[in-house]
Design a protein. Structure first.
Lengths: 346, 305
């Protein structure tokens, strides 16, 4: 009995000892790394030679963090994927914590590139400035056609004006289809829209004039299904004859015949969402630019950021299309490239 | 007195209240069976659905490739490595703390109001939603704590260490509760015997109470770790990345984990990514079942001795 107890004791001892030893090692090791983490990036940035294209990607090293809009994520991921093949020593990591979450981290200098599905707002600019981030650079990387969709069984809502969309999505607005248009059925509408932290929601509010009392506009309604996950909206509208909602064009395109897109009349007649209309600028006011943000300081001081951003602009036309967005027209792309030129090695 | 009632044939059938009680008893069996089947049935259906959707995607490539914009070439490599790092570190951080807390609460702490309050709070913490731990982790571990120019806690950034610390905090209450229960199961006579023979309190704990409690502690711990392995919200909050294309080599690395990858794949528009998500769910499910089997194994091994 005693021997057994001893044995058991040893077992427990061994277990506990291993575990606590390892825990000490872990904390110590973490501390060391933390101190050292800044140095390699900095030294690499200083000593990186340049090629004729401006930057020799293969000679870059370090880590860069991209975070923000989940709408822009697929493009940034595609760019990071291809970038890590040419710049093998750079770790380009991409997260998707939402446009607002991205800007918050960006202004704290926790990330170097921020994905955004709407322009940075004044509040965020102020937060950036307060933290000493003043040389913010906005780069458009693609175009998205924000798509208003209904169930295919909905035969009446073929085209809606922006005023009708406002009536539908404003707080205490329409509850029945007949509230929007007397000719439409007197059935209750079910609303689906993206969560409040998404840039899509913000952009829609801006375009349809639902920014709330501070802007002398009605606020967006909150009674309905709100989800950060656009597939939840797709599924909801697919299964409900009286549903209406909105999200990025890629989700509509992928859902195919399971959803019906509503044409939007922004004052110049009904226009259906399409790559073409978004590119030509006729799909108003819901075609929206997608952005990445960085700062001049990052571009100048961190060569891997400069490399990533210029690689981004070189490839976004091809990659945005591949993941379901509208690529930038050549002249807009050129403008973006001009913006970063002063910060790149000559 | 001649036993007149014997004339009537004796029926073994219960009547009246007895019959009703027996009927309820028989019925209860089926009601309880049905209750069990609801859970099992739903799980079985989910497993079937996931395997049907994602089974075909499971190949060696799926485990060895990094995330990608192309669903068919995207894989779990960086997230599996990330999960392994985060889990190992979480276990190493949480278990000593949890067992220590449990031993103190059960064996050393005075039985007073303060101890009661601490216990109550530990129980409450076990019910706090994980996103709250994520917010805490972001503020405390990722951004560090600075007071009057003095760095009280270092900025860890969105690193494996910060993620593990957050998850360790998250599973701590569950692990403490499981450990306290396990220690309480050790019969008092063993402690009394040890103390009566002159062993110190610590010797009693170390040589008698703890070995007896290990199976219970292990079971509780591994169940908690399984929860941490499936955690998404807290890690997204602290800044786990969805696209990582390198193998983690240190605790200071940025990371991704399997659940974050699943979340990301389910939000993308393309159907093909949902197949990937289903395949990743199979991988996660099998790993969690594996962890539970380890728990069973450890429990069996220790309780047999």
């Amino acid at each position: 009995m005693q021997i057994r107890a001893m044995r058991r004791g040893k077992w427990a001892l061994a277990l506990l000892a291993t575990v606590s030893l390892a825990s000490f090692a872990a904390t110590a090791c973490g501390g060391d790394d933390d101190d050292a983490s800044e140095t390699p990036a900095a030294s690499a940035a200083a000593g990186s030679p340049t090629a004729k294209s401006g930057i020799d990607y293969a000679k870059l090293s370090g880590e860069l963090r991209v975070d923000g809009s989940s709408t822009v994520f697929p493009i940034s991921q595609a760019v990071a994927e291809d970038f890590s093949k040419v710049a093998k020593n750079v770790r380009a990591n991409v997260a998707l914590s939402g446009t607002g979450g991205g800007f918050e981290k960006f202004c704290r200098k926790e990330i170097q590139v921020s994905d955004a599905s709407r322009p940075i707002n004044q509040k965020e600019k102020d937060a950036c400035a307060a933290a000493g981030v003043t040389d913010v650079i906005e780069l458009q990387v693609a175009i998205d056609a924000l798509t208003v969709v209904v169930n295919p069984a909905n035969t009446w809502a073929k085209c809606m004006t922006t005023a009708q969309l406002q009536q539908a999505f404003k707080k205490d607005g329409a509850t029945k289809w007949s509230d929007i248009n007397p000719g439409w059925p007197a059935e209750n509408i079910k609303f689906y829209f993206p969560g409040a932290d998404s840039g899509t929601f913000d952009y829609f509010k801006e375009a349809i004039k639902l920014r709330g009392e501070a802007s002398k506009e009605p606020p967006h309604r909150s009674d309905g299904t709100a989800s950060e996950d656009d597939n939840v909206l797709v599924k909801g509208i697919e299964g409900d004859k009286n549903a209406i909602g909105y999200f990025g064009f890629a989700y509509y395109e992928e859902a195919g015949k399971k959803l019906k897109a509503v044409e939007v009349d922004g004052g110049a007649g009904c226009v259906a969402p399409s790559f073409d209309a978004a590119l030509k600028g006729t799909y108003k006011p819901l075609s929206r630019p997608l952005f990445i943000y960085t700062t001049g300081t990052f571009l100048k001081e961190k060569r891997e950021v400069a490399g990533f951003v210029s690689f981004y602009l070189e490839n976004t036309v091809k990659l945005a299309k591949e993941v379901g967005y509208v690529s930038l027209p050549a002249d807009v792309l050129k403008q973006q490239q001009e913006k970063i030129k002063p910060f790149l090695p000559q | 007195m001649a036993g007149a009632p014997a004339a009537a044939p004796v029926s073994l059938r219960a009547t009246g209240r007895v019959a009703r009680r027996q009927a309820i008893s028989r019925a209860s069996r089926y009601v309880l069976l049905a209750a069990t089947m609801v859970g099992v049935g739903v799980l079985a259906f989910l497993a079937y659905d996931v395997i049907r959707t994602g089974g075909s995607r499971l190949s060696l490539d799926f485990f060895t490739s990094y995330p990608s914009r192309r669903a068919t070439s995207a894989g779990l490599r960086s997230s599996l490595i990330g999960t392994a790092w985060v889990m190992a570190t979480t276990i190493v951080l949480a278990i000593p703390l949890a067992i220590g807390t449990a031993i103190f609460l059960e064996e050393f702490a005075p039985r007073g109001k303060v101890t009661a309050i601490v216990r109550l709070n530990v129980a409450n913490l076990a019910g706090v939603p994980s996103i709250i731990y994520g917010i805490l982790g972001l503020a405390v571990f990722v951004r560090g704590i600075e007071l009057g120019g003095v760095q009280l806690l270092p900025k860890l950034g969105p690193s494996i260490l910060a993620g593990s610390l957050t998850l360790a905090l998250m599973i701590l209450p569950m692990t403490v509760i499981a450990s306290v229960e396990a220690i309480r199961q050790v019969p008092p006579s063993i402690r009394d015997g040890s103390l009566a023979l002159g062993a110190s309190r610590w010797q009693t704990v170390w040589y008698h109470t703890l070995p007896g409690a290990i199976p219970g502690i292990m079971t509780g711990t591994i169940l908690a770790v399984a929860r941490a392995a499936g955690e998404t919200a807290a890690l997204i909050m602290i800044g786990a990345f969805a696209f990582i294309a390198f193998d983690n080599k240190s605790l200071n690395d940025s990371f991704t984990v399997v659940p974050v990858q699943i979340y990301n794949w389910t939000t993308l528009p393309q159907e093909a990514f949902r197949v990937n998500a289903a395949a990743a769910i199979i991988v996660l499910m099998v790993s969690v079942i594996g962890l539970n089997l380890i728990a069973v194994f450890i429990r069996e091994r220790f309780s047999r001795r």
